[in-house]
Design a protein around this ligand. Structure first.
Ligand SMILES: Cc1cc2nc3c(=O)[nH]c(=O)nc-3n(C[C@H](O)[C@H](O)[C@H](O)COP(=O)(O)OP(=O)(O)OC[C@H]3O[C@@H](n4cnc5c(N)ncnc54)[C@H](O)[C@@H]3O)c2cc1C
Length: 331
């Protein structure tokens, strides 16, 4: 009813795997498809589902995520961007940071403080904002990859219709967490790691050390095997998650495991490639002598960002320990 093909999660998973195998380019609508869409299906009202879901599927509207602020990253509930209700509108003032793709986005799903007097987790609301509204300024930030992937976003008396509130006023924290679960699930892709591993293997076969291919060097070979075991474990973990999904279970601590293990594995795969390449790992894309089209130096820097984005590894470990292993809360 919202423009999709009404297929089951198994088909979705097969399509995702095939897209990775076909080396399809990064999906510019990923935040809408993977994060906001599933959140709206659970928490949006009928009007919001009708209005937003079809345009996520057709990529007519690109979304960005307005969570982090200069003083609120891991401790997200400390966010200060204020939304005051004036008549039928919210008036938004404040600043977001590290907002991926904000310079291209049509819409933002955003956390705002609507009750500054309430305890910090309780005075937050989840609203959606049209990025073309007057009063919004987007300033790109340059990452170490050289890309302008994320931005600072400033709000100066930005007027947002009250009907853009998702779920109840001041109860945005629970909706925010629903989106985070979906984000963490999306960030650790087993088929993506498998593809990277195969690329690393091809690289190692093409490099000679001590008169033989690197794949026959006993030390590097051991390292490859350890990485392959982790890739295989990721695959089983994602199949287990798929089974849960078919049984109608929402992603829980499994999503944190996915994010933690998947992003660290991708960075370790890139680190192994960088070490295999030795001095060649310093060459950039426009250098003719670069190995494997200088994919790995870029991937090494980019994958480090994903260990941080969507919640750092330390935070995933804290949540897995507290909610999954029922260990005492960290102080
Ligand atoms: C590539 C990339 C894309 C991003 N895209 C977006 C986006 O689109 N939208 C958005 O809103 N945000 C985005 N972010 C921001 C991201 O969510 C934050 O960077 C992340 O949550 C960490 O917050 P911080 O940078 O403020 O670090 P801090 O919270 O200041 O953390 C600093 C260090 O302290 C550690 N630490 C903090 N608290 C604890 C604790 N309780 N226990 C143990 N260790 C702790 C952290 O692990 C980290 O090592 C992106 C970040 C990156 C890198």
């Amino acid at each position: 009813e919202y423009g999709g093909q009404a297929m089951d999660p198994v088909r979705q998973s097969i399509v995702n795997d095939e897209m990775v195998r076909a080396k399809a380019p990064y999906n510019v609508g990923a935040s809408g498809l993977g994060m906001l869409g599933p959140t709206l299906i659970s928490w949006g009202n009928e009007e919001q589902k009708q209005r937003y879901l079809p345009k996520i599927l057709t990529a007519e509207e690109i979304w960005c995520q307005g969570y982090s602020e200069p003083g609120a990253g891991s401790d997200l509930a400390s966010l200060k961007t204020r939304a005051e209700i004036v008549g039928d509108e919210f008036v938004v003032n404040g600043q977001k940071v590290w907002t991926s793709g904000a310079q291209y986005a049509d819409m933002m799903f955003c956390l705002v403080r609507t009750d500054p007097e309430a305890p910090k987790h309780r005075g937050i609301s989840y609203i959606v904002i049209d990025m073309h509204t007057p009063g919004i300024t987007v300033r790109p930030l340059v990452q170490m990859t050289g890309d302008r992937g994320f931005n600072e976003v400033f709000f100066d008396n930005v007027r947002v219709p009250r009907k853009n509130l998702v779920a109840k006023l001041n109860e945005g924290w629970i909706v925010a967490n629903a989106t985070l679960f979906h984000e963490r699930n999306m960030l650790g892709s087993a088929s993506g790691s498998e593809q990277r591993f195969n690329r690393l293997l091809a690289l190692a076969k093409s490099i000679t050390r001590g008169g033989r291919p690197l794949t026959q060097d006993p030390v590097f070979r051991q390292r490859l095997v350890e990485l392959e075991i982790r890739v295989e474990a990721m695959r089983f973990h994602s199949l287990r998650q798929l089974t849960d999904q078919i049984r109608g279970k929402n992603p829980g601590v499994e999503a944190m495991i996915n994010k933690l293990v998947g992003t660290e594995l991708n960075h370790d795969l890139a680190t192994a490639a960088m070490e295999a390449m030795g001095d060649y790992s310093m060459l950039s894309r426009d250098d003719e002598a670069a190995l494997d089209h200088a994919y790995w130096p870029y991937e090494w820097m980019f994958s480090l960002g994903l260990v941080i984005g969507g919640g750092t590894s330390h935070i995933q470990k804290n949540i897995i320990a507290e909610r999954g292993l029922k260990m005492p809360k960290s102080r």
